[in-house]
Design a protein around this ligand. Structure first.
Ligand SMILES: NC(=O)c1ccc[n+]([C@@H]2O[C@H](COP(=O)([O-])OP(=O)(O)OC[C@H]3O[C@@H](n4cnc5c(N)ncnc54)[C@H](OP(=O)(O)O)[C@@H]3O)[C@@H](O)[C@H]2O)c1
Length: 280
């Protein structure tokens, strides 16, 4: 079995390739120097040469704020690029895993979103990721859509790294406390993602570490575990305006994971402890 993983230079793709290699599965990881997702011919050519049995499509245009200004580029990468991957998978008879996001949901309320709940993305990035999901569903029968959220990993920029830096530079840090979600370690995601990818239990999944918190609570725990003395000042989102609207509710139900018999991920605090150890 040959597996191609896009986005190997990013947080999740790196950990997915490491996990596949640990399991001694034949795989290759690609970044934007291998092909530009916005170039459909280049995508097809690369996939036809490698001829994977499965593609785990982690790569994406991920700069959520910049996407508001660069809508066309974001759509070319996240929608057209995903479509190009799905078309090549269909031609090859390969399975596809598409990594998506909590941003496909409207982000209101306090409920845990089920995989098939109403979608209503609130920003350009979220819309393009949702259109990517739709392209995969239109083109393929053998597909997985796996939505992740609030990710942190050793290979890329993320909230934990930013807070570690700010906490060491400042006496106090203002962090929003009305956006709720599940911080998720890409190593933990990668482990179950690999189980899902090699199964034939096609469908839509949510994959995050267990437990929920606000960004402010997450920061408090980062500082506590890292021994940083800076004070966390909780603020509402209205005091931290961003170009892209962020979901207040990113709670994702893991019912589909349970029903398919896949393991749930550990609690986010446990994941954070292992991540801080990996960083050090
Ligand atoms: N980070 C989060 O909190 C979060 C939350 C929900 C969902 N997700 C989803 O999870 C997946 C993985 O995210 P991540 O955090 O690992 O992303 P990341 O660290 O930003 O990495 C993005 C990857 O995509 C590649 N890429 C970007 N533009 C490309 C292009 N035009 N052509 C080819 N490759 C391109 C990058 O390659 P180069 O480095 O070579 O440019 C890089 O390997 C994405 O699908 C994202 O939408 C992330």
């Amino acid at each position: 079995m040959r597996i191609l993983v896009t986005g190997v230079t990013g947080q999740l793709g790196y950990d997915v390739v490491s996990c596949l290699k640990e399991r001694q599965l034949e795989c290759i990881g690609t970044g934007s120097s291998d092909f530009d997702l916005a170039d459909a011919d280049a995508v097809r050519e690369y996939l036809m040469q490698y001829r994977p049995d499965i593609v785990i499509h982690c790569a994406a245009y991920t700069n959520v704020n910049q996407a508001q200004q660069e809508q066309e580029r974001c759509r070319a990468v996240n929608v057209d690029g995903t479509r190009a991957i799905a078309l090549a998978c269909r031609e090859l008879g390969a399975g596809m895993v598409y990594i998506s996001t909590d941003y496909v949901f409207p982000g209101d309320g306090t409920q845990f979103y089920e995989t098939d709940d109403r979608k209503n993305p609130q920003c350009v990035y979220g819309r393009t990721k949702y259109e990517g999901e739709q392209a995969v569903q239109e083109i393929l029968e053998k597909y997985f859509i796996v939505r992740v959220s609030w990710t942190f990993g050793a290979h890329g920029n993320n909230f934990v790294k930013t807070m570690l830096r700010l906490g060491r530079e400042r006496q106090e840090v203002r962090v929003v406390d009305d956006q709720i979600g599940s911080p998720s370690y890409t190593k933990d995601i990668a482990a179950v993602l690999c189980d899902i990818a090699v199964s034939e239990k096609y469908g839509v999944y949510h994959l995050t570490n267990e437990g929920v918190c606000s960004w402010a609570e997450f920061t408090q725990e980062i500082f506590r575990q890292a021994g940083i003395g800076a004070k966390v000042i909780p603020i509402p989102s209205s005091e931290y305006p961003t170009p892209a609207k962020r979901p207040l509710n990113s709670r994702l139900s893991k019912r589909c994971l349970d029903e398919a018999g896949f393991a749930r991920l550990p609690q986010w605090q446990d994941a954070l402890a292992r991540f801080l150890k990996e960083l050090s």
